[in-house]
Design a protein around this ligand. Sequence first.
Ligand code: ADP
Ligand code: ASP
Ligand code: MG
Length: 447
Amino acid sequence: MLVYKFGGTSVGSVVNINHVKDIIDNNDRKIVVLSAMSGTTNALIEISNLIKSNKNEVAIERIKTLNENYNTAVYDLLHNKSLRQEVSDYVNMIFKNLIEATKKTYSTQLHNSIVASGELLSTHMFSRFLQQEGFQVVLLPALDFMRIDSNNEPDNFYIKQNLTRLIDSQSEADIYITQGFICLDTDGEITNLQRGGSDYTATIIGAAIEADEVQIWTDIDGFHNNDPRFVNDTKTLSYLSYVEAAELAYFGAKILHPQTVMPVRRLDIPLRLKNTMAPDAHGTLITNQTHGDGIKAIAAKDGITAIKIKSVRMLLAHGFLKKVFEIFETYETAIDMITTSEIAVSLTIDDVTNLETIVSELQKFAQVEVEDYMSIACLVGNNIIYHPDTPALFQVLQDVNVRMIAYGGSNNNISLLVNTSDKLETLQKLQRYVFEAQPQFAALNMN
Ligand code: ADP
Ligand code: ASP
Ligand code: MG
């Protein structure tokens, strides 16, 4: 069995939904995971924020506009009268619930249930559309099997048990459709896997059913060697290893939710990235194999905060680092980068929920400086720290204000901390110095 996941743009218009139909029109049995239509999750978050700030009338206006857009899409997608009526009733019911939500007191639970509407809409519309087109299709509600535990990790045992039961009880179908992104928490409340989480849904499902392959279909021809939103002339990487893809996703490559790779890596299930708008293009195949050494790709992650911790005794006393790390552990805050000197340790975090408390704890034995609006540019590839051409990247240091470097922590990653205002320039210069000035890197990667 295969898992196919289609993102927001892929299901964002009637034309694209027809592309999706053509892509899945083959003999493979499959589970199809869908995101919300593009723009919908953002619109729902905005609506929820309006409710939070008591701007209910504006929220109702937004809900009505979105409802009208969906009515148009339903009309264009479904010509079968009874299916069109049924979908139309479902869509209007979802929007009626959103209007009801404007009368409720704001809470995180209310927010999560509002935001879940996008995937409920897209999957309902798509499943009925496929029925109209003569496919044997079953809609599997994600909230009947997808659950996270108290650590926000997928509850794999529960997911496998319930998903298998649902599939086995409807074994006549060729295509099972389900919602990406949404799930339940341990209290049975609706929650989600964070922005972009449909990718993660797909690989969690892939692992649960031990799929032959998971395919992520999006609006670009696979993983590029740099962020195409900020850099021109980026190139598709035909192959990546799980390790490389996971590092790039963690360090901000938007094409994959940061956690996507983990479930499939565990079971060695191939992960393929494909372009819905160009289905014949090779895309990127991610497996446990590495293809070539050296810098393969660059990604950047924003929202980084740097913390410099100076020992008040001149030298880094024995036990100093232990005390520092214990504080971050107590407040469950992951550290991304770290460097040390004789008197100070600098590190970066992206979760600032407990920053104030962490800083006041640190100040009991150290001087602390905090800087925000930082970004990490991360260079990834197999054995990059040993590759003879890698030092060329240090030319960038003459040109860009690099605040911190992590080199050698792993063989596959070099991280540079820069001010977010310098990120664009850093990515563009890295592209020039690393891939354009040294085409052997590019040649190496296109195999
Ligand atoms: P979907 O809605 O299908 O999940 P996303 O917008 O989440 O799509 O991810 C695809 C987008 O990721 C691309 O359109 C591209 O702008 C962006 N992106 C960022 N970094 C990369 C990269 N290294 N390779 C490919 N795309 C990237
Ligand atoms: N619709 C959700 C989002 O926009 C999940 C996804 O697209 O993967 O974040
Ligand atoms: Mg995405």
